[in-house]
Ligand binder design. Structure first.
Ligand code: ZN
Ligand code: ZN
Length: 236
């Protein structure tokens, strides 16, 4: 039987353990993904520390997955082996509960979350529900693409659903793991992007990523400065 390496947490507050497991077979409605890269999200600490209700251990964390479909279970019409895909926090949905029928797939009563209610991407292979999988351009490098599945989509969806229009002022507060992506998305969407961080050292990065202006919140009053620009339509 072919085996794989996974990194699991076997109890709340337990250590990360690299263990060998059998490569799982996808059941009906599920696919198997050969993981190429998996980002590390702060929410993975919920598994490590046991602070998310109902986690069953051992659990393999990881919900910023980039990989290739490797095997497809029965009843899966939408995916085939060889496709480049990603998996994020949403571990799939039923499509017919009250929330799904309203389009709120994230609130599906099945409550599936990748790396939380089933094993995630800290592994050579993982199973994912077919509805959890997103097609990913093959030319995106896996290591760069993986963090877009949670960190990236958090900013991207916030911006595209914000109601802001090109030319509006969008402020991005903090230029860390999420903020540096937010500046890039916002600039590409045509907003007037204002990066905000403490001190001057993030200014070159903000401008390089596409910010039109930078505010040092230690030496400037960001609210007053944003008002001077006409007010921010969105503050991320
Ligand atoms: Zn996350
Ligand atoms: Zn549902």
């Amino acid at each position: 039987m072919a085996t794989m390496h996974v990194v699991q947490v076997s109890r709340p507050d337990g250590p990360f353990e690299t263990v060998e497991r059998q490569i799982p077979e996808p059941g009906a409605g599920w696919v198997r993904i050969r993981v190429q890269a998996c980002g590390i999200c702060h929410s993975d600490s919920l598994v490590k520390e046991g602070t998310f209700p109902g986690i069953q251990y051992p659990r393999v964390p990881g919900h910023e997955v980039a990989g290739v479909i490797d095997s497809v279970g029965s009843g899966v019409a939408s995916w085939q082996p060889g496709q480049r895909v990603g998996v994020g926090w949403n571990g799939g949905y039923c499509g017919h509960c009250e929330h799904c029928r309203r389009g709120d797939l994230f609130a599906c009563v099945t409550g599936r979350a990748t790396g939380i209610t089933y094993d995630g991407g800290y592994a050579e292979y993982m199973l994912a529900h077919a509805t959890a999988v997103a097609l990913m351009p093959a030319e995106l490098a896996p290591v760069e693409a993986a963090p877009l599945m949670c960190a990236g989509v958090t900013l991207f969806n916030a911006l595209r659903n914000s109601g802001a229009r090109p030319g509006d002022v969008v402020a991005v507060l903090g230029l860390g793991g999420l903020g540096h992506l937010g500046v890039q998305y916002a600039a590409k969407m045509g907003f007037y992007v204002v990066g905000i961080a403490r001190g001057k050292d993030k200014e070159p990065l903000a401008c390089e990523l596409g910010a039109s202006a930078y505010l040092d919140s230690q030496s400037q009053d960001p609210a007053a400065e944003l008002l001077r620009l006409g007010g921010a339509r969105v503050i991320l």
